[in-house]
Every structure is written in C-alpha cells, then in structure tokens.
Write a protein that binds this ligand. Structure first.
Ligand code: ATP
Ligand code: MG
Length: 153
C-alpha cells in the first residue's frame, strides 16, 4: 500500500502560566496532548514530557528563583516535526555553554545534579538555548515524531 502525504500538517499552540512548580504537570500534559494526533510512540511521548519538565523546572527555579513571573510555551507542528520553545523573563544565563555542560549546576545545595540540559539534548533531536542576563532565557527544541495519522484525501 502506498500512502502519499500531499500537504504537511501545520498546527500551533501557546501556553502562558505562573512560574510555580504546581504548573509543571500542566505544561507536560498540555504539550503531550498537543502531539497526540501524530501518533507518537510511548517513548517519544515520555521523551517530550521529560524535556518539557526540565525546561519548565529550570525557568521556575533558576530563571525566577523565588520571584514571581510567567513561563511561556510555544509549540508548532510542521508535518511530523515538533518545535517547542520554553521562555522565561527571569535572570538569564551568563555563560550558556558552561550551563549546558553535564553536571554543571549553580544550585548543588538544592540537590540539583546539573543534568537538565543533558536530558533535553538526549531526548530531543535539537536543543538551542538563547539567554540574555537580566532579560531571560529561551530554550528551543525540535523532535521528529511518530507516524502521521491525519492523511489527506
Ligand atoms: N531558565 C534558566 N534561567 C537561569 N539559569 C538557568 C536556566 N536554566 C538553566 N540555568 C542554569 O543552568 C544550570 C544548568 O541547568 P541544568 O538544568 O542542566 O541543571 P540544574 O537545573 O542545575 O540541575 P537538574 O536539572 O539536574 O536538577 C543551572 O544550574 C542554572 O545555573
Ligand atoms: Mg535543571
């Protein structure tokens, strides 16, 4: 059987929520629901949820520390490619390259292991971090997913 995919699916969603740890689960579930029509495998679903959790946790505990703020998530689907951005307008990162090194953490006392960025890198196909100290951080990730289930006539 031959299946032709004539036009790529395009879909997007945005989410904005208070930067408190109670909302980490909301973020995971919202992104997981958004990608469900693509029939992701259980492994792909778990990978995306983990990457979202790590990025959102970072925004809350490092970006804003104890202060109030908002986390923004923007998701786009182009065909079977998921692009997701997690943004905070918190304190930013002075040295992004150093921050992304495995086991680098600025909060060892809080039992952090410094593996968040390494997980995002391992579980997604692409990871890009843009940060301006005093302005905030944008974590952009991409991942190819599952098999297309919405086929055009
Ligand atoms: N959104 C952010 N705003 C400011 N600093 C950040 C942000 N995300 C990460 N960082 C910095 O980068 C470091 C490394 O992040 P990473 O997620 O890899 O490890 P961690 O959060 O310290 O530990 P873990 O994720 O294993 O609990 C953090 O310790 C922090 O200094
Ligand atoms: Mg982290």
């Amino acid at each position: 059987m031959q299946i032709n995919i004539r036009r790529k699916i395009k879909n997007w969603m945005q989410l904005e929520f208070q930067a408190i740890s109670e909302n980490e689960q909301l973020a995971r579930i919202a992104v997981a629901s958004f990608i469900t029509p693509l029939n992701p495998t259980l492994e792909e679903m778990a990978d995306v949820k983990t990457a979202i959790s790590e990025a959102v946790t970072n925004a809350i505990i490092h970006g804003y520390e104890q202060s109030k703020g908002k986390v923004f998530i923007r998701c786009t689907l182009r065909g079977d490619l998921l692009e997701v951005e997690v943004e905070d307008k918190g304190k930013g990162i002075v040295d992004v390259e150093l921050a992304m090194e495995p086991m680098y953490t600025t909060k060892p006392e809080a039992d952090r292991s410094g593996m968040g960025f390494s997980f995002m890198e391992a579980f997604m196909d692409e990871l890009d971090v843009t940060s301006i100290p005093g302005t905030g951080t944008i974590v952009s990730m991409k991942k190819k997913l599952g098999t297309l289930s919405w086929l055009e006539e």
